[in-house]
Design a protein around this ligand. Sequence first.
Ligand code: ATP
Length: 234
Amino acid sequence: MLTVKDLHVYYGAIHALKGISLEVQQGEIVTLIGANGAGKTTTLHTLSGLIKPKSGEIRFQDQDIAGKAAQKIVAMGMSQVPEGRRIFANMSVLENLELGAFLRKDKDGIKEDMEKVFTRFPRLKERTSQLAGTLSGGEQQMLAMGRALMSRPKLMLLDEPSMGLAPLLVQEIFAIIKEINKTGTTILLVEQNAHMALSIAHKAYVLETGKIVLSGPAKELAESEEVKKAYLGG
Ligand code: ATP
């Protein structure tokens, strides 16, 4: 579904991604783990069209999308849930969700997906008219995920969904990610919480200072000494 080959990204003189290659197959949960500043967010932003790569290939659904406009990429079925949620604080929950469907014209489909989001996130249904900025951190994460689902993505990019959430909520969010995947959405998950990410992913990549240093089935990586030492607290 997604193939990335030798991707290079610069911020001015800073060489942030130094030849990233990865693959996501339809139906998978793939996770990209790594420390602060390794380049995880940069990778997602480049895939979703927010940053233009200097070189390299990004193929999504058999089309070359490197450097394409973000809006076109969303329309093709790739949708990002950004780090820090980035919900529209002064708009209601309902308005935030409607914005997620802004490229769609199929009114019946939008209505159907709105119902699905409310079934998946009952807490959002109870709060449709509440201003999004007044939601709790966990609810904001749910809203950001719901908003992305409203574009009916084939591939969902999730950037640090566990950030700033209490352990119980992290578990709840990860259970929801698993469910979203089970109902047919492929997932690329960026996480600093390697333990949680490896527990739900099929495949994993470890990123260090702009390079993939390890990859393989998530179960195997979770048991590798290197990963245990560096990312799982020994
Ligand atoms: P974090 O978990 O802290 O978000 P990350 O793995 O997502 O880390 P990135 O945010 O992708 O890492 O950053 C990769 C590198 O690029 C870092 O060295 C960072 O300082 C640099 N960088 C990121 N954004 C910019 C920017 N807008 N301008 C200059 N350098 C940047």
